[in-house]
Ligand binder design. Structure first.
Ligand SMILES: C[S@@+](CC[C@H](N)C(=O)[O-])C[C@H]1O[C@@H](n2cnc3c(N)ncnc32)[C@H](O)[C@@H]1O
Length: 286
């Protein structure tokens, strides 16, 4: 365990900033604090993720509360926010399907004050946390609407310009489920308990259905984050549902990680904005 992690755990335990710890390095912990600190160190040594031990994680430059009911947000997911900032029409509506801690919807709302946003999840505990994050980061008058929904099932019948999702995409027998942080994260957030494409398929079908009944508005794009080896399968699935595969965002490790689908081929200006989102993201100039 690194010195930095030990300091971060001490910050959590004492609820004091790092500057305080450095300025009081002769402070002696009393027996009960020492006991709690040892427990945190042991849990970390056993592999418990830092985000669960400290109770927070940064995403898009914002500090989110995190707990064991939700996935720990990953940097790859920030691309969805970069793309949505550029593509959501003024006063347009976007949906974040499987919002977890709320990172995508809250970060987008933070950058686009005009946006109308829906954030959905099947997990009550995730929704509770996402609502707290929205209050904490955006303030009490935020314009995010939360719904408990099995993908599209209970999503209000509103016109949507963008749909964003980072769904559970690991197959039930993916060996990564038994490794690293994933051992401690909720299975519901990681795997569809099938071949890894079940949630993605349900999201595509719902998007297609909404378009048939006239509820998908311009530019009418669906962004799906997926596994680094799933790009081909996700593209084929989208095309089999009659969706047009318009763009693929490449993560910092060089893997295609987000696929963008539309009801028709993207216009040149849409493609330009998607490329711009990729450049901003990969150069870290957001
Ligand atoms: C990979 S996590 C993504 C969380 C968050 N959006 C992020 O990027 O950090 C997937 C989320 O989908 C939710 N989920 C799983 N099955 C669902 C379903 N049938 N309907 C709606 N949400 C679901 C999980 O509870 C989880 O919060």
């Amino acid at each position: 365990m690194s010195r930095l992690e030990r300091i971060m755990l001490l910050e959590t335990l004492l609820a004091k900033p790092r500057e305080y710890l450095l300025a009081h390095d002769d402070h002696i912990l009393d027996e009960s604090l020492l006991e709690r600190y040892r427990k945190l160190l042991t849990m970390r040594a056993e592999g418990h993720p830092m985000a669960y031990l400290t109770g927070h994680r940064e995403f898009f430059g914002l500090r989110f509360e995190i707990n064991r009911a939700v996935l720990i947000p990953r940097p790859e997911t920030e691309w969805l926010v970069h793309a949505a900032i550029r593509l959501l029409p003024e006063h347009g509506t976007a949906i974040d399907l499987g919002t977890g801690s709320g990172v995508i919807a809250v970060a987008l709302a933070h950058c686009r004050h005009d946006a109308r946003l829906l954030a959905c999840d099947i997990s009550d505990k995730a929704l509770e946390l996402a609502m707290r994050n929205a209050q904490q980061i955006l303030g009490p008058d935020h314009r995010l609407r939360f719904e408990r929904s099995d993908w599209w099932e209970a999503v209000p019948m509103l016109g949507l310009a963008l749909a964003l999702a980072n769904p559970p995409y690991l197959s039930h027998d993916d060996p990564h489920l038994e490794q690293g942080d994933l051992r401690f994260e909720p299975r519901l957030a990681l795997s569809d308990q099938g071949d890894g494409l079940g949630a993605i398929e349900a999201i595509m079908e719902g998007f297609k259905h909404r378009s048939r009944i006239g509820l998908i508005e311009d530019p009418g794009l669906l962004f799906i984050e997926h596994g680094y080896q799933q790009a081909e399968a996700v593209k084929a699935l989208g095309e089999s549902k009659g969706l047009y595969h318009g763009f693929e965002a490449i993560d910092l490790a060089g893997h295609p990680r987000v696929s963008c689908f539309g009801l028709r081929p993207p216009k040149a200006d849409v493609l330009d904005r998607l490329k711009d989102a990729s450049l901003t993201w990969s150069s870290g100039t957001a």
